[in-house]
Design a protein. Structure first.
Length: 170
């Protein structure tokens, strides 16, 4: 007499754990990038000419913290969705690309002290965010809409980056 033990499927993460991981991942990437970029916030940045509408420094941390939380929630909505894996892979790739570009902007701008290359980089990031929104929308309209404030902030940051570069290119 043979007894067979049923083959168990590996347990998947609960939706709650996926949410926690997604938000913490985005916040950790933002925190690390900010920490690395802030090492370059020195006399160089202080002496740059900035437009009169440049936001105060204290505003950036809370805005980015909220935006990274929204990114994490949007990613979680895609991760937990039952959409076909091919669609989700495309969405994951777009999300990873924009997050990778997001990570590097502060480092390029502040550490490498290069508003010009940071401008090129942020424009690529803007396109990657837009691509992510389109890919997310195919799976979850809510996830796509959660990224709109991020796109708007990066649009503003792009104009600010361009203006700082323009004012200081000589």
């Amino acid at each position: 007499m043979t007894t067979s033990t049923p083959i168990r499927k590996p347990r998947s993460l609960s939706s709650t754990w996926k949410l926690i991981i997604a938000v913490l991942l985005c916040e950790a990437i933002g925190f690390t990038s900010g920490l690395m970029g802030s090492a370059g916030m020195n006399a160089w940045f202080d002496q740059l000419q900035k437009p009169s509408w440049n936001p105060p420094a204290y505003l950036f941390a809370p805005v980015w913290t909220l935006l990274y939380a929204l990114m994490g929630i949007a990613f979680w909505l895609i991760w937990k969705d039952e959409a076909p894996e091919a669609n989700k892979r495309n969405a994951y790739f777009a999300f990873a690309l924009q997050l990778f570009l997001n990570f590097w902007w502060s480092i390029i701008f502040f550490n490498f002290q290069s508003p010009f290359f940071a401008l090129i980089e942020i424009l690529l990031m803007w396109l990657a965010i837009l691509l992510t929104i389109f890919r997310f929308a195919k799976i979850s309209k809510t996830a796509a809409w959660l990224l709109v404030p991020y796109l708007l902030w990066v649009s503003f940051a792009s104009v600010l980056n361009y203006t700082i570069w323009s004012l200081n290119k000589s």
